[in-house]
Write a protein that binds this ligand. Structure first.
Ligand SMILES: *[C@@H]1O[C@H](CO)[C@@H](O)[C@H](O)[C@H]1NC(C)=O
Length: 275
């Protein structure tokens, strides 16, 4: 009854039950100078603050993983500051980076990194999930075991398991991953799934009902798209609005690689502004 009332209340206010969010690979080092309060992340923090109705998933990545020290924030005051500032926003969840090397990373190493992420409990520096990069659809059991390990490692804390395949995968992966990256490429790739609207996006997800779990990541949003449209703010807005209409769970657009969030036109701020 309570759930039905809650859903009715949401419908009554006209809010969608699920909203398209930003899946941000935040691979920028937090600070320009030691102790500057995560100056390099301020554009992302400002974008998050400016879009309170947009969910954000921020992937934290000190060193292709949680870093060598094993300590919360990798024992780095700049990471402690940056992650705790992210966590201070209600519309953000931070998730920790690991890479499965397409199923080739030794399970012990992967699990040890997940254990480290789960141990970032000091202060406000905790993460609430894991980003499994370089995930392979060729080895379901490997990924399934890693995700089960993660859900156990975080104990009572409910986590987000995000799996980056960068390609379409079968329905069984939507049972183990909360977020499934179905496309990751540069803008000028003719396979970008939204060129033809919902039809080609359908090809990247097993069924319409899986859309809210699916994510599309586009880097090098510069020059023009493969169909000749200019990579400008209008195209960014168009893609984001299409993603929302298509009930896609997550998108990310940036104009260079993931090492910067300030390259124009698809800066973090510009992305937040077109939601
Ligand atoms: C584990 O974390 C370390 C330190 O961040 C990183 O060098 C290594 O590549 C990671 N391994 C996996 C499988 O995530």
């Amino acid at each position: 009854m309570a759930l039905i009332r809650a859903v009715s209340a949401l419908l009554a206010t006209g809010l969608a039950v699920s909203a398209t969010g930003v899946l941000l690979p935040l691979y920028v080092y937090p600070s320009a100078e030691y102790g500057d309060g995560a100056a390099n992340w301020q554009p992302a923090l400002a974008a998050i603050a400016a879009s309170p109705n947009t969910p954000w998933l921020a992937v934290v990545n000190p060193a292709n993983g949680p870093g060598a020290t094993g300590e919360p924030g990798n024992g780095d005051a700049n990471y402690v500051s940056g992650v705790s500032q992210l966590n201070a926003h209600d519309n953000v969840q931070t998730i920790g980076y690991v890479r499965t090397d397409y199923g080739a990373a030794p399970a012990e190493e992967l699990h040890a990194n997940i254990t480290t992420w789960a141990s970032w409990t000091a202060g406000d520096v905790g993460v609430s999930g894991i980003f499994f990069d370089e995930a392979s659809a060729a080895d379901f059991d490997y990924l399934s075991a890693a995700i089960t390990f993660a859900r156990t490692a975080f104990g009572a804390r409910q986590i987000v398991a995000a799996c980056n395949f960068g390609a379409a995968v079968g329905a069984e992966f939507y049972d183990i991953c909360d977020v499934v990256v179905v496309f990751e490429s540069y803008l000028n790739n003719p396979e970008y799934p939204a060129y033809e609207g919902a039809d080609t996006l359908d090809a990247n997800t097993p069924d319409f009902s899986y859309r809210p779990q699916a994510a599309v990541i586009v880097h090098d949003f510069v020059g023009s798209a493969a169909d000749g449209q200019s990579a400008d703010t209008a195209l960014l807005r168009k893609y984001v609005q299409e993603a929302k209409e298509d009930e896609l769970g997550w998108v990310y657009f940036c104009s260079a690689g993931y090492e910067t969030i300030t390259a124009a036109p698809a800066t973090a701020g510009a992305l937040a502004a077109v939601f």
